[in-house]
Design a protein around this ligand. Sequence first.
Ligand code: SF4
Length: 458
Amino acid sequence: MSDVTTPRKRLFIRTWGCQMNVYDSTRMADVLAPLGYAPTEQQEEADMVILNTCHIREKASEKVFSDLGRLRELKQEKAKAGQQMVVAVAGCVAQAEGAEITRRAPWVDIVMGPQTYHRLPEMVARASRAAGAQIDTDFPVDQKFDHLPEVSAEQGPIAFLTIQEGCDKFCSFCVVPYTRGAEYSRPVAHILAEAKRMVAGGTREIALLGQNVNAYHGEAPDGSTWGLARLLYELAEIPGLARLRYTTSHPRDMDDALIQAHGKIPSLMPFLHLPVQSGSDRVLQAMNRGHKADAFRRIAEKLREARPDLALSSDFIVGHPGEKEQDHQETMSLVRDVGFALAYSFKYSARPGTPAAGQPFQVPEAEKDARLAELQALLRQQQDEFNRSVVGREIDLLVTGPGRHPGQIAGRSPWLQPVHVMAPGFTPEPGTMLRVRLAEAFPNSLSATLLSEELACA
Ligand code: SF4
């Protein structure tokens, strides 16, 4: 009898896009491990290649097709040597463009949407036998979570835990409601059990994931429904779990209970990613965001009243159809009013199938470029100011591993900044908490000096 736990085959997964995709890639590896697939970093030696795709950014699907072209050659070479290679496309491009993938790349064996990964073993078995692609892009999201195996025990000191998937908000520019389906929240008991397993495996910081994470409304053990705030209070009770975060949130779902939780849960880190997209009410309405710019300002104020050291990051889209210079200046003014420690800003690009793609009054590229440059200069300045503002502060540093230079330790600050500490001869385990003083700010990281080799209080 063969031992199915012994890895015999190599699995290469290439992941694009958000943390949800990173998490899903881990889960796909978990699902395939009992079939004897072990991860490899070398695509050439893989028996199975999964491209876990993202549909958000411009040209994402073209990058997938260009990768698939290279994989065709690799697959042909392997076939000549009598070897098989299974090629799978997963993620949001697979969901949105499944038929196009099988038409343009008939050598693809499996096309699967984000809600069907639990059926991967079955699809792999069928693909190994059958000719023609296996396509599975249904939306049985509840089944996905029920049928995936438990997460691998050891995920490192910082790990993600998906608590919610999908979105019902239908922002004009976004494909998520079409590719990930309606909002679904995992039951509380499943989340708590997974979090406890992660902590037992050495995880000290958990980031709760969801496309609309603060719309979370999961079933509690007593049959009631818990929102995200209630879930956070419960997770904060897990011994050994030093830090909590959640991403990505929508301003519409920042209720008072959640805002107050930031002041009441010490392990809830003082850094929140809260996309606003625009500072113009006219554009926010065109985007179907369901909130106004001043509502966002008030949320930011209330969050900082609850937790004075809280820093915000955000997402911005510049040049949405119909955006005028006045709208752009309103975005600049919101950025000045709120102040962001970090931000991701992009030019609007039409995603096929989304409402905004067909709207009139598309903004010329040159105007988008100019507005983006102006916005990014201000955001960069704010990021630099924020990083400089924390210099001199004593913080608990969560060690993630050795730094790039000999004698250096790398870790994360409460505000998610990468921090490095020179401490030759001292090699704390990943997951250790160190007391440090932030010493110098660089464009994308900080240095610190070690204050204590003792474990800081979690
Ligand atoms: S809230 Fe809007 S941007 Fe966020 S996932 Fe839903 S549709 Fe997309």
